[in-house]
Design a protein around this ligand. Structure first.
Ligand code: GLP
Length: 245
């Protein structure tokens, strides 16, 4: 595991964008796993800039998003579909057919999850998976006490996650209680993982994820067992790590 301490959010985002851009330069038809949340926002902005100003071609990439709320249509401004198009896809030359995000309105959730994993497999597996981390240590929507062996599946959101994500909704009642998420097994199959961590409030959970025991109580702790993980952590979230080293 490589741990890179970035001086601030801008630096973290620029470093992350360089790794993603490097992956695409080396393999233009890369299969990317993508994350939502506040953390990767500036990385997407930087990738758009590199696409527009430096000419990074994104026409051959294939993307699989980590998760989607159940019950929100694609047009809903709180859906992860909307987030991805609004913050990234609408501004680059990705082909629509190469974008995969779980469908939050699907009737047969089990079948949707199965198809999702099969599609990833058929494309040859994820080359680079971008991750954020939740306040409770979740990755994707794999909440504490998850089964590490799970593939893409329906999840019940933790109260802590509902509270954390309520900031994006008008009222807490509007936050969906369920989602579809890539499972830990799906994530762990990615060839490379890029974990981005921003904000002082993530310092403690990051410390436990990287240096504590590997336990389903902190889903991100499983990343200690992945063979190729880069963690880019903003200085404000890294002070406990620095004390340790
Ligand atoms: C959300 C997403 C995660 C994300 C995490 C952290 O609920 N499902 O994929 O990494 O929470 O979000 P943020 O970056 O806003 O702190």
């Amino acid at each position: 595991m490589r741990i890179v301490i970035a001086k601030d959010y801008k630096d973290m985002s620029a470093r992350a964008a360089r790794i993603v851009a490097g992956q695409i330069y080396l393999k233009p038809n890369s299969i990317l796993g993508l994350a939502t949340g506040s953390t990767p926002l500036l990385m997407y902005k930087e990738l758009i800039r590199v696409h527009k100003e430096v000419g990074l071609d994104l026409s051959e990439i294939v993307t699989f998003n980590l998760d989607e709320y159940l019950g929100l249509p694609k047009e809903d401004q709180q859906s992860y579909h909307y987030y991805m198009f609004h913050h990234f896809f609408n501004h680059i030359n990705i082909k629509k057919k190469n974008i995969f995000i779980p469908d939050g309105m699907v009737q047969d959730v089990g079948q949707e999850c199965k198809n999702y994993d099969e599609n990833i497999k058929e494309m040859g597996g994820i080359d680079l998976q971008v991750l954020g981390i939740g306040n409770n240590g979740h990755i994707g929507f794999n909440e504490p006490d998850i089964k590490f062996e799970a593939t893409t599946h329906k999840v019940k959101l933790d109260d802590e996650t509902i509270h954390a994500n309520a900031r994006f909704f008008a009222t807490i009642e509007e936050v969906p209680r369920f989602a579809i998420s890539m499972g830990i097994k799906t994530i762990m199959h990615a060839k490379k993982v890029l974990l981005l961590v921003s904000g002082e409030n993530k310092a403690e959970v990051l410390y436990h994820a990287l240096y504590g025991g590997i336990t389903p109580e902190i889903p991100a702790s499983i990343l200690q067992l992945h063979q190729d993980v880069t963690v880019i952590v903003e200085e404000s979230a890294a002070h406990l790590l620095q004390q340790k080293s």
